[in-house]
Ligand binder design. Structure first.
Ligand SMILES: [Mn+2]
Length: 354
């Protein structure tokens, strides 16, 4: 093999390495979308999270922020129910197709990609877009819910409770083709996803998690093992054999409603602030985080302005921690301590001042 072709193979190899990705560059995509569920307001999530200081927090961390603004999704008229139950299939399908394009563009330009929702149906587009450039990615899904109903098992008819079913290869013979969904290619296998924080799982979802052997840590598991063991076992499952890009899909309802009240489907007994920060710090420390979704902040469901600020502020903390904020502090750019000036120097300084 010629030196040149060997060199180009080496460069190609390095180009594919997730670790070579520019660590400090983050693309921010606002996704003001709410049609994956039935309550008004989650489309204001991106604005609330921006107002809580998102961009400044990221740039203070040393991230080069590439703000791509908010997507404006193409409206769909006459979006009739599928099967008399599933709501807005065409709108959800098209919005996710548009999001997938944006995420794919961001990731292929070398950015890590932050998608700010919006409801959790957006993970369909976000993961589908991410996987185009990172075909071996894995997913950590932090949520009170498993969001893995199929259109045939859903009780609510809302697509934000079903995104994982469209992505999982093993479930494809159980998932009907919905109008607007024909572009979606299932891209995950059950060993590629781990759940953390579950505490409201429907019977069909429980069957899927058990039957397809999907690793999941409920709040009870977190009580039993502690969050440190949970993260150890998560990484053991996903990245111990092979380093690969991580897609973190974080639903704010994973937190206890006392911390995140402004969300559509709160469930008591959720993550503490410290557990949430530990999860995201550990994911940052792998160096493999490649895309993050932060979803389901709904400012209209708060009972006060304080509740909006608390929930959106928590979302910003999750994002900042995922991109490198450390509770123990850090001293990047600080490599020496000031020394007290000698008596001579202070004399001369005084002379100058006089
Ligand atoms: Mn969710």
């Amino acid at each position: 093999m010629s030196l040149r072709s060997r060199l180009s193979r080496l460069l190609q190899k390095q180009g594919h390495s997730v670790l070579k990705k520019s660590v400090h560059s983050v693309a921010v995509i606002g996704a003001p979308f709410s049609k994956g569920q039935k309550r008004r307001g989650v489309e204001h999530g991106p604005a609330a999270i921006r107002e809580a200081g998102l961009l400044k927090r990221l740039s203070n961390l040393g991230c080069r922020v590439n703000d791509m603004g908010d997507l404006s999704f193409t409206p769909v008229t006459n979006d009739e129910l599928y099967n008399n139950l599933v709501v807005n299939p065409r709108s959800v399908g098209l919005a996710n197709q548009e999001l997938a394009e944006a995420v794919s563009r961001a990731v292929s330009s070398g950015h890590r990609c932050l998608t700010v929702g919006g409801d959790h149906s957006l993970a369909i587009g976000s993961i589908s877009g991410h996987v185009r450039h990172c075909p071996d990615l894995c997913v950590i899904w932090v949520d009170a819910h498993a969001d893995i109903n199929t259109p045939l098992t859903t009780l609510s008819g809302s697509l934000h409770g079903q995104p994982v079913s469209f992505l999982l290869r093993e479930l494809q013979d159980k998932v009907p083709s919905l109008p607007g969904f024909s572009w979606i290619k299932p891209c995950l296998s059950s060993p590629d996803i781990v759940y953390i924080g579950l505490r409201d799982v429907d019977p069909a979802e429980h069957f899927i998690l058990k039957n397809y052997d999907i690793l999941n840590f409920s709040m009870r598991d977190i009580d039993r093992l502690g969050i440190q063991k949970v993260m150890e076992q998560t990484f053991e499952q996903l990245i111990s054999k092979k380093q690969r890009p991580i897609h973190l899909s974080f639903d704010i309802d994973a937190f206890d409603p006392s911390l995140a009240p402004a969300t559509g489907t709160p469930v008591v007994g959720g993550l503490t602030y410290r557990e949430g920060m530990y999860i995201t710090e550990e994911i940052h420390n792998t160096g493999l985080l490649s895309a993050l979704d932060l979803v389901e902040v709904n400012p209209l469901l708060a009972t006060s302005e304080e509740e909006v600020k608390a929930t959106a502020g928590l979302a910003v903390d999750v994002i900042a921690s995922s991109f490198g904020q450390k509770r123990e502090g850090q001293h990047d750019g600080y490599d020496h301590l000031p020394t007290p000036s000698s008596p001579d120097e202070s004399d001369s300084e005084e002379c100058v001042r006089i």
